[in-house]
Ligand binder design. Structure first.
Ligand SMILES: Nc1ncnc2c1ncn2[C@@H]1O[C@H](COP(=O)(O)OP(=O)(O)O)[C@@H](O)[C@H]1O
Ligand SMILES: CC(=O)N[C@@H](CCC(=O)OP(=O)(O)O)C(=O)O
Length: 259
């Protein structure tokens, strides 16, 4: 029988709020194994970059990662945030192991080609080493991935954390039934972004085009849902979008995305 694998992605809003983070770590540590955590942290990278006198450059919410910016994101994502999460999970008896895409050659990427915009050291994923990650899972570890990949030639690259979660899901799907959880501050995809009670319980290929047309899905939700469908079309079984409540055993209110 194929094992179930949970991949949970948390964004900056969960990481930056002490109470939310504490709740999240407790819920994640209670999830059945095997499981993988993927974290972003764009907000903290921007704050620390500015404190160091290196202005963060974002175009349409996407980071332009020049050489100095890359040093900052490697320090913040692979260092500060990744180790904080790993230590927090270890304190809860969850045997977390912190990784970037370079560790165990877990995720390779190529530098995004320059078109209208030069994103600098931004990486688009080319492969996931399912075998190596599978060995860690079988050994009982819970891998914690930050939003960094490498090109296999010594260059680290910055890759959006939602994309890393989707690509890991795809890469693990030949051997596992993968459920991908996108955990953020809202209780799900909302039909009215101002109204937290307006959760759309189910999105699929039938209602997705209309939601796009009506601009219900906008801003950060656009790439998130794009990643969801990309993952589902390439082997991931289920994608769930919601807040921390979604990770509780009998959770009801969140969005499920299927094909
Ligand atoms: N229909 C919608 N439902 C929920 N959030 C939406 C919707 N449309 C746009 N958004 C916005 O998308 C944001 C989430 O995207 P993003 O900030 O990239 O997430 P993350 O915190 O996971 O990195 C929410 O904070 C919200 O403001
Ligand atoms: C290339 C790129 O945009 N990388 C992202 C990676 C972090 C991230 O995705 O963080 P959140 O999930 O908290 O937004 C960035 O540097 O902002």
């Amino acid at each position: 029988m194929r094992s179930q694998l949970s991949i949970v992605k948390i964004g900056g809003n969960v990481i930056e709020n002490q109470e939310e983070l504490k709740t999240f770590l407790s819920l994640f540590s209670q999830l059945p194994s095997p499981k993988i955590l993927v974290h972003g942290g764009g907000k903290r990278a921007t704050e620390i970059s500015e404190r160091m006198g290196i202005p963060a450059k974002l175009v349409n919410g996407r980071r332009i990662t020049d050489a100095k910016g890359l040093e900052v994101v490697v320090m913040v994502y692979a260092g500060l945030l990744n180790k904080k999460l790993v230590a927090g999970l270890q304190a809860l008896d969850c045997n977390a192991i912190g990784l970037s895409g370079a560790d165990a050659n877990a995720i390779t990427a190529y530098k995004r080609p320059v078109k209208e915009i030069d994103y600098g050291f931004a990486g688009d994923v080319s492969s996931v080493n399912g075998e190596a990650i599978g060995k860690l899972l079988e050994a009982g570890f819970a891998p914690v991935f930050c939003a960094l990949t490498h090109d296999g030639k010594g260059q680290m690259l910055n890759t959006n954390a939602d994309t890393i979660a989707a690509e890991l899901g795809i890469g693990m799907s030949p051997n596992y039934d993968v459920t991908l959880y996108y955990c953020f501050e809202k209780p799900g995809v909302l039909s009215n972004v101002e109204d937290e009670s307006s959760v759309i319980q189910h999105i699929d290929q039938e209602n997705y085009p209309q939601l796009l047309k009506d601009k219900v899905i906008a801003n950060g939700m656009l790439p998130k849902l794009h990643n969801c469908f990309h993952a589902l079309e390439h082997g991931v079984q289920t994608v769930c979008i919601g807040n921390l409540e979604m990770l509780k055993p009998n959770a009801q209110l969140f969005t499920t995305v299927t094909l």
